[in-house]
Design a protein around this ligand. Sequence first.
Ligand code: ZN
Ligand code: ZN
Length: 420
Amino acid sequence: MTAKTHQEKLAKYAEAIVKVGLNIRAGQRLIITLAANRGVPLQFAPLVREVARAAYEVGAKYVDVIWGDEEMLKIRARHAPKDSFDEYPTWAIQGIMNMLENGDALLSISGMDPDLLGSLDPEVIGKMQHTHLVNLEPVTKLVTTNASNWCVVAAAGRAWAQKIFPDLSPEKAQEKLWDAIFETTRIDQPDPIAAWEDHIVALRNRANYLQAKQYTGLHYKAPGTDFTLGLPNGHKWISAQSLAQNGIAFTANMPTEEVFTLPDRNRADGVISATFPLSYGGTLIEDFQVHFENGRITKVAAKKGEAALQKLVDTDEGSHRLGEVALVPASSPIGQRGHLFYNTLFDENASCHIAIGRAYRFTLTGGEELSEEEFVSAGGNTSLNHVDFMIGSPQMDIDGITKDGAREPVMRKGEWAFKA
Ligand code: ZN
Ligand code: ZN
């Protein structure tokens, strides 16, 4: 077999995005945005065009893109009036809402320069970020209740590639990042769609095992970590594939290696140490610990970036609490690569993680139908933020706590401790 060209791999990738990620149905429309909804930069046009082609091939009736430009963001941050940062392109939100409310598909592309905002006035960035999160809320609500089939994928942005591989030339770095994307999304395998089907089944079997166990909590033990979190009644273990409210089975993240569920917002105690740095809002937070009492963060400490971490926690009440608990073996293909991607889509699939902030409604049985108050009283968390950080390692043991208080091994030395 001859090696595929980049363009051929891109076409295979687009096909997997359309068929496995979104699972677009004939007659659906598709809107493509940048993850975080700032508009897709033109450097990602080759991927966007392949996705459009693949989507029409399976019967999509209309595909559109919200284009954007990273430089425009910088220009605004530097030159717009200081009191203007509550301005927001609400038309873009209305466009996305129009699609989602109609049961159409949403694709977000991730791959922005992780340092894009790092060099700008933190106060301006904080304000812009807040305005963005507030305006995005209606979209966030529909996405976190799986109203429609949606998917987040990555494209090898130039600046992002340079950040990961600083010793390579810009061209080589980008090529290497594309290789990493194709490898971790199984596009380098002879039949990527079949490989995804196998992977989805394997993850589903893990989720089903944990679902049947109905653990009331998990206990984590590792160097610098002695931590217990509660799992509320009705928590639902989720893996790669989900069913949207429009009836379409879709895979929200490519790559994905995690099995995850809802932690109880009121039950988390002890101290947990991060095992990877956290890239947040252009700042790298390194070597950090988070202390919990009765579900609430009482103290954070970091060797680097402590102020940024504290700021994240102080966003609102919900950002003092947990919204996701995810299990990923240390031997995951992304963990094995042994380097940081400075991008949650990849880094969260390298290791076990938890998220500060908003919980996904679909991680609670019937959670989509509850009011916000009902969701919170069932143990779910709400916040403007949802930020994952990595806690797993080959030194970590995790026990499941049964209803009668017994402990069963879930992970040993960072690997699954049960057969599924
Ligand atoms: Zn996760
Ligand atoms: Zn998450």
